[in-house]
Design a protein around this ligand. Structure first.
Ligand code: HEC
Ligand code: HEC
Length: 302
């Protein structure tokens, strides 16, 4: 009886803390930000229909800064040259039509800094003369977008120019080269040069953004999915005045990026999810066996 009373008291105070105190403390420490499923309600749809063939002729306006590898268009500058010129490397546009929202892109091409809620020094200039031109260019980007974009590709296009991910072996200027540190092949020299370039790029990026964007290797563990979702949808909603732009991902585009963040931040999750039921099953069988043994031991003794 006494044990039951103690249990009741413990349960009572646990529940009071859980339902009474924790939500209060939580709401005081983190403000709750409502997500909008990446619908960008503050942006009006232009209402014009884009023509991909016309967009293709207008894409030269972008090629001065962006590459489109899938169409055989190389970026005019490498990451180092681009960061010296703009502070950041303009992303390759091969996958842009697959992961960014159409309405967002049309507004973005006409008025990038405002649409991205970025600082006035945002390096992408207005690049479409009219809503019609913007819709045509976006229709073209959609027409060349691959059906499947991998989580890593989505990350590289949307976040990779600013955020390294060291567990994913990603730096802002590309993948860390695989080397064996072999003096004779000169691999170690190439790696050292690569590291110097990363440091130089990060210097320019920090000047441009006001600070170096954090390495996102374990952000999927440090922050909840809800936080990341609402933060990427609108960074200003959590950090008013932040230099991180709103990048305009679609919901599916975000899920891709999140899958990548989860794969680097919590690589053992799939294994854990597979092992969990097996362990529980083991405990169940073990309990049944133990119970049977207990019964057999006490048989006839009571
Ligand atoms: C143009 C550069 C840029 C791009 C692109 C960018 N970010 Fe950021 N990000 C920043 C900067 C700068 C900060 C630091 C913000 C601050 O402290 O004000 C930041 C901070 C963050 C943080 C930390 C927020 C916190 O509360 O600590 C997360 C998470 C994040 N970014 C995720 C992303 C993801 C995911 C993407 C791609 C979908 C992305 N960012 C794209 C520049 C960028
Ligand atoms: C003068 C160089 C320049 C030109 C011209 C230019 N861009 Fe950009 N663009 C940039 C830079 C720099 C960024 C990255 C800015 C940042 O993240 O701070 C960028 C970013 C982007 C992004 C990423 C958007 C996001 O939300 O993350 C897209 C998409 C894009 N540009 C499309 C285009 C298209 C399409 C054109 C042509 C109509 C174009 N750009 C013309 C420099 C340029």
């Amino acid at each position: 009886m006494k044990e039951l009373k103690i249990l009741a008291v413990v349960v009572f105070f646990t529940l009071v803390t859980y339902w009474g105190v924790e939500p209060y403390a939580h709401s005081q420490m983190h403000k709750h930000v409502e997500g909008h499923d990446f619908t960008y309600q503050d942006i009006n749809a232009s209402g014009v229909k884009g023509d991909p063939a016309k967009g293709k002729n207008l894409i030269a306006a972008c090629a001065g800064c962006h590459g489109i590898k899938s169409q055989g268009m190389k970026a005019p500058m490498d990451a180092m040259g681009a960061s010296a010129a703009y502070g950041v490397n303009p992303p390759d546009l091969s996958n842009a039509g697959a992961i960014f929202d159409e309405k967002f892109l049309i507004a973005f091409l006409q008025n990038p800094a405002h649409t991205a809620k970025a600082k006035p020094n945002f390096a992408m200039p207005p690049s479409a003369a009219s809503a019609q031109d913007a819709a045509d260019i976006v229709a073209y980007l959609k027409s060349i977008a691959p059906k499947e974009v991998s989580p890593k590709e989505a990350y590289v296009t949307a976040c990779g120019r600013c955020h390294a991910n060291s567990y994913g072996k990603w730096t802002q200027i590309g993948d860390i080269p695989k080397t064996k540190g072999n003096i004779k092949t000169g691999n170690d020299v190439a790696l050292a040069q690569f590291k110097i370039n990363v440091a130089k790029y990060q210097d320019k990026l920090a000047d441009y953004m006001g600070k170096l964007p954090p390495d996102l290797k374990i952000i999927a563990r440090a922050r909840s999915k809800h936080y990341l979702e609402t933060f990427v949808e609108d960074p200003q909603s959590h950090l008013p005045g932040t230099a991180m732009p709103r990048v305009g991902l679609t919901k599916e585009g975000f899920e891709k990026v999140y899958a990548y963040l989860e794969s680097t931040g919590d690589p053992s999750k799939p294994l854990r999810e597979k092992t969990g039921p097996i362990v529980l099953g083991f405990f169940l069988i073990f309990t049944l066996l133990a119970y049977g043994w207990y019964k057999s031991q006490w048989k006839g003794l009571k």
